[in-house]
Ligand binder design. Structure first.
Ligand code: PEP
Length: 251
């Protein structure tokens, strides 16, 4: 049985003080839940204090991006070693907003996946099709290209450390959710690609989260699907109470 993993993605929201305030509240709401992985992705400026705020709790902190070099002349960027040094455990990579606004390619995302693993952290690799791709029957093709590209050259042992987040782009921040059946179908296709890349045993262990307008009122049904192992939550992760309700749905 795979353990469910619920991760929040705050995106470009919350000052340092707001982050600490919410995490302090969330810690109490999810206290003692040990059969669900709980992760909060926070902006760079809040990471250090976020790690301190959740110390000793069941919440881990994720960065929302990283630059795949050790150090050097990359003005404005943040290295994996810098994140690791402050206690960040996960890094969200290849989010559709980064693919769209910052033109990140599968090749570049693959560099980041490898750099995060090499630094001893765990990647959350986001994949997902746009509306026109779904409507033209290309969902399987698009997600397969993103998985094969993002996880290129990884060993099975490395792949086991990666969380894949399937996020149909048309469902992110729009209030439109894939139906549980639709999501399950794509999750199964995603796992089949992982089987062909890394073998059955590894693919069965890997966590595949669903993301795209997951909320307290649809989380139970989505999380009940066989191949949906958790959620990556945007909007509903900004309030401690709604995020905690989704965590509870994963129990
Ligand atoms: C996301 O940004 O990863 C996401 C799923 O957002 P939302 O839950 O707001 O759709």
């Amino acid at each position: 049985m795979r353990k469910k993993v619920i991760a929040g993605n705050w995106k470009m929201n919350k000052t340092n003080a707001e982050a600490v305030e919410m995490l302090t509240e969330l810690k109490e709401l999810v206290k003692g839940i040990d059969n669900v992985g709980i992760i909060i992705g926070a902006p760079f400026t809040a990471l250090s204090d976020a790690v301190k705020a959740v110390k000793g709790s069941n919440i881990a902190i994720a960065a929302e991006n990283v630059y795949p070099k050790d150090s050097g002349a990359y003005t404005g960027e943040v290295s994996p070693a810098m994140l690791k040094a402050i206690g960040v455990e996960y890094v969200i990579l290849g989010h559709s907003e980064r693919r769209e606004y910052f033109k990140e390619s599968d090749e570049f995302i693959n560099e980041k996946v490898k750099a995060v693993l090499a630094a001893g952290m765990l990647p959350i690799l986001c994949i997902g099709e746009k509306l026109e791709e779904r409507e033209s029957g290309k969902t399987g093709e698009v997600t397969e290209t993103q998985i094969r590209g993002g996880l290129k050259d990884l060993t099975a042992e490395e792949a086991k450390k990666v969380i894949v987040a399937y996020e149909p782009v048309w469902a992110i921040g729009t209030g439109k959710t894939a139906t549980p059946e639709m999501a399950q179908e794509t999750h199964r296709q995603v796992r089949d690609v992982l089987v062909s890349m890394f073998g059955n045993e590894t693919a069965e262990e890997m966590i595949i989260q669903y993301g795209g307008s997951m909320k307290p009122d649809n989380a139970v049904e989505l999380l009940a699907q066989k191949d949906i192992d958790g959620g990556l939550i945007g909007g509903a992760s900004l309030k401690a109470s709604s995020f905690a309700e989704i965590v509870v749905a994963g129990k």
